[in-house]
Design a protein around this ligand. Sequence first.
Ligand code: NAD
Length: 500
Amino acid sequence: MTYENILKDAGLTRAEFTGGELKVHTPVDGSEIAALKVHTISEADAQIAGANKAFKAWRTVPAPRRGELIRLLGEELRKEKENLGRLVTLECGKIYQEGLGEVQEMIDICDFAVGLSRQLYGLTIASERPGHAMRETWHPMGVCGVITAFNFPVAPWCWNAALAIVCGDPVIWKPSEKTPLTALAVQKICERVCQKFGDDAPRDLFQVLVGERELGELLTASKDVAIVSATGSVPMGRAVAGDMAKRLGRTILELGGNNAMIVALSADLEMAVRAIVFSAVGTAGQRCTTLRRLIVHKDVYDQLIPRLTKAYSTLPIGSPLEEDTLIGPLIDDQAMSAMEQAIEQAKSEGGTVHGGGRALNDQFPSAAYVHPAIAEMPEQSQIMHLETFAPILYAVKYSTIEEAIEIHNAVPQGLSSCIFSTDIRETELFLSGVGSDCGIANVNIGPSGAEIGGAFGGEKDTGGGRESGSDAWKGYMRRQTNTINYSTELPLAQGIVFDI
Ligand code: NAD
């Protein structure tokens, strides 16, 4: 199948992906696959105005009816799963099974949001005043800007958009400039779905802004964008948080991770090895939840590391479009350089590195395929505090569980974490208030591959946002406290007497 056919099968026409100034390259072999027209600032302003108009109409549509729109979106995504999954693979380089998995996540969150559309529950609250009732209600908030990263080009948009739409908020999507094609393909699906839904879906409910970071900055600067949900690097999150704070806008931040696994003395090593390999090299180490740090009990370390290096040596590296491949390419040369620099730094900090280096250079000279690396470190040195977006797994030893938790929490990021142990005292300690400081903490399962039912996000430099399941929907609505006096008196709160 040609690359052009992959684009066309995903619903894009030649006129839509040629003739523009934003060049899109596939990491599969580095070739140019599209040249898209970039939105101008005035077009972006018009999108924001259109979305605000749509908000006025959409907020009046009952939430369960809004859910019907997302039900139709889920239905359409089921039909388009293979086509969209293949485009995800072509555009960001993750293997086809992971491309499909990403679209499945979109479908799952749609199902979740449909149910949620009948469950946007408030509270009734006991009033201290006789003849009074109190309650808490949730209302649509306004336009939601969604800024996304290259490595998950479609699922995080859907975690946000499915909830925002059932909550009554129109969505403007600013995808990564490295992966705009998948966004355009999803936008076409959304437009089809709105048409099917009927007249109560206003124009401009779903929109996409194609371009560089300036368009993201436009969303964060505009007071007409009530919420900005931003997924990406920590420096991007700091910039977005600063811009939003200036106008006191609401943010949902999903930033970098530096995820670790503690492998305890009692761990089932067979299970641990499988979990480590999947979560450290999956998506070629380019997941926010990729396993980057192994904290291993000193008495199992010498059993574990040789098993891992052996498993690493047999992993099939190749085109992500081929069925047998488990490790596809990095997104670009810049990512490859970052990996090489990190490995050099690890060595200079006393590390012993297994693997690493360029792969498949003869077959794909313009792409960025790498051998995954394991770096045995004498201690948690400087390089281990950074998120290098590549398949490098650092390993250190520990003696006591308290020491392991201290090493675990000593990095700036706080996204995902896990422990492999069959000792309930250790596992409960890890999950307790003095254990892992991450937003996600798992037992006997790796740090990556979260289900949509739970709230997704992390603490510290990861930004504190929560998306997807649990009560993350509250981030897309405004809360209102109501007091209703159904008596003939006007008692004041706190027993205040104010006679006039
Ligand atoms: P990036 O920060 O370079 O870009 C992400 C998006 O932000 C892009 O759309 C970009 O145009 C936009 N952007 C950049 N600066 C901006 C600004 N000042 N204002 C507004 N928008 C701006 O990230 P990337 O390289 O595409 O993605 C990799 C990073 O994303 C990693 O750090 C990874 O951990 C993180 N990530 C986090 C999650 C999560 O849920 N926590 C999920 C996926 C990726």
